[in-house]
Design a protein around this ligand. Sequence first.
Ligand code: 5CA
Ligand code: ZN
Length: 409
Amino acid sequence: MHAWPASEVPALPGKGRDLQIHDTATQGKITLDPGPVARIYVCGITPYDATHIGHAATYNAFDLVQRVWLDTKRQVHYVQNVTDVDDPLLERALRDGHDWTELAERETALFREDMTALRILPPQQYIGAVEAIPGIVPLVERLRDAGAAYELDGDVYFSVESDPHFGGVSHLDAEAMRLLSAERGGDPDRPGKKNPLDPMLWMAARPGEPSWDGASLGPGRPGWHIECVAIALDHLGMGFDIQGGGSDLAFPHHEMGASHAQALTGEFPMAKAYVHAGMVALNGEKMSKSKGNLVFVSALRRAGVDPAAIRLALLAHHYREDWEWTDAVLAEAEARLARWRAAVSRPDGLPADALVEEVRAALADDLDAPAALAAVDRWVDAQNAADGDDTTAPGVVSRTVDALLGVAL
Ligand code: 5CA
Ligand code: ZN
């Protein structure tokens, strides 16, 4: 699949700092030390209702990771998937009488437009589940042949007991895992499973549903977690720097994915850091496709909202926080954008070398975007109050805000 166009990232004077980031698995901040090419996998959308503000907030967080790394003069290898076949997508297409492939294509196209408008840098590989199937089948066969997977009425399940590290990403107790598994695509109550938590790797073809050649597995379609593992291992290999997504993916998705990869390779860990963004809510509840309490980026854009203001609204919240989208959040971001634009549109400006370092320091410290905005606010307020006799061109401020925060002034 093709991704979307990259906006240019201006080079800044000096060099950025190494990223310290909160890792869900070790439950604390770690300093990542990627090689010359930093490797990141971020879980992509299930394209049946895209792109709401919650999605945008999560992809904004990982865009900051990318920008911090680029500022350290590293290259970034970024891979993202599209879950373009899965139960929720098929159910939505059936409910609305749409062809599921057309639904997926339409929503993925809209997602690309939204990402472009928000200046979220694209992944180098943007891979659909369907196109990944030929790579998924041999992995499931390998797990089965190694005794890490078993068959149940034609479906193939992963045995969580095959990974000694299982549980080490999300640190939940058995009851919490069971509840979340039932809520998030698992089937803990299905009789005949070795462990109620075991997730499906390969689902045998069901009447009326799409299916693909599964070689010795028989016709069917892939489970959700193995999709991301196959794509990540194919393009990044084991031990990549960050596995990212929203906090609703920590369990079961990232827990199961890590176990699949570790059981397949015998190596540990799959990723050096498991990074999770908080959930955005609307009217007191998590914004979610299943609940339908959604604010779409495309609807805001159609209503004439500047995408730079949407981005500033996202940046005003620390990525790990759960927060609520309101009209006031957007109004504040629009006012901030106007103040910032007024400040950089003057021909002269206050010195800004310290500002570049402050923004760098804020983002390198677990992506503290609110602290970065506060630093820019301080410069902007002083600049808007200054008498105009200063000699530094404000271009470095625009370039800093563009390169590190993805906001074009
Ligand atoms: N296709 C899978 C991942 S492989 C999936 O979870 N798709 S999704 O469309 O449901 O979500 C896409 C990304 O947005 C995930 O990282 C998810 O954690 C994140 N996300 C979903 N809802 C919210 C929300 N309300 N707030 C913040 N992030 C969210
Ligand atoms: Zn995923």
